[in-house]
Design a protein around this ligand. Sequence first.
Ligand SMILES: *Cc1c(COP(=O)(O)O)cnc(C)c1O
Length: 403
Amino acid sequence: MNKIIPFSPPRVDQQMIDEVVDTLRSGWITTGPKTKAFERKLAEYCDVLSVICLNSATAGLELMLRWFDVKEGDEVILPAYTYAATANVVMHCGAKPVLADIGEDFNIDVSLIKSLISSKTKVIMPVDFGGWPCHYNELNRLVSETKGLFVPESSTQKALGRIMLLADAAHSLGAVYNKRKTGTVADATVFSFHAVKNLTTAEGGAIVLNFPAPFKNEEIYRFLNILSLHGQNKDALAKLQKGNWKYDVITAGYKCNMTDMMASLGLVELSRYDTDTLTKRKHICNRYAAALKKKQWAELPIQKNNEKESSYHLFALRIKGIDESTRDKIIESIFEKNVSVNVHFIPLPLLTFYKNKGFRITDYPKAYQFFSCEISLPVFYDLTDEMIDTVLDAVISSVEQHI
Ligand SMILES: *Cc1c(COP(=O)(O)O)cnc(C)c1O
């Protein structure tokens, strides 16, 4: 029997192994010079001053909510169609996630947000689904137009004077919106470097800081460093410097720093991200699109137009007119042909925890419709043209067998 084609294995080659070994041999394996170098490279890549690296995107989203003093009684607007992490961090802060349905591009429907904004709204968290940037111009306009409704309750909220736009860009490193990379189109943007994401550090994430004046993003960076490391005013490396052992703790901080082991992977991955990773992912998606656009039943994901270009994180295929059970049968037969596929995402209201919180899927018809007929195809660096053909054969024959 043929070996199964996986969905999204990480690219691990000699260059990555060498860089990790170099870190192991250096005598410094936790947060240190490589993490700081990776932060600088990411900032350069996004064309901003300050990026902080952490152990996950989830930690990044939560730190930003904590920095903005989001607490019980507050509301955070996010799409119903996302991974649970986006909503879970709101729960961690004791605040209430307010869900909006999606539009034709899988992203939060901005026209639905306005009626969800109240005096309790502190943050909007759009998600760049599959690497496709949201309508950031409209989102930025919305948070500036609703200043009058905003009720600031802390010093950061007073300084911003409006709803914070916090982008869950877990999928969209390197995506382009109006000639700008994601990272510079929201107040703060959080990337994920989890093993299945476009650029991986095994686990990991980063916050890109892009706050307007009077904020100084370097100052926010320094505070987030402390917040991510127990609230301690010196990190382990600084404490090791001669005579520098004394430290203070200024807040009951968290523990979510990135290690130099992780950053080693990130440095290699970032050095070839545009030239190698993105070009390959684009090639794979274009091959899928070229073959599938001939099929009446196929609804292809949008990945490029005059305004935006995706980071090609997912190839989210939809099959016209099918229901959830037919989709599941198609997936079963694709797997029988030794090809791995996935579904992005199970909408939040279908998950037990959020169902028990009172969310009803009938309030998010588009999210349910897209989920019911969606199949994500494998996209990863080592996927060869021959494997792409195998995937296409498996998908096409399985769909045509069931519709
Ligand atoms: C992967 C993912 C996250 C979480 O990223 P971690 O780095 O695993 O914390 C958040 N949001 C979305 C949309 C994701 O796909």
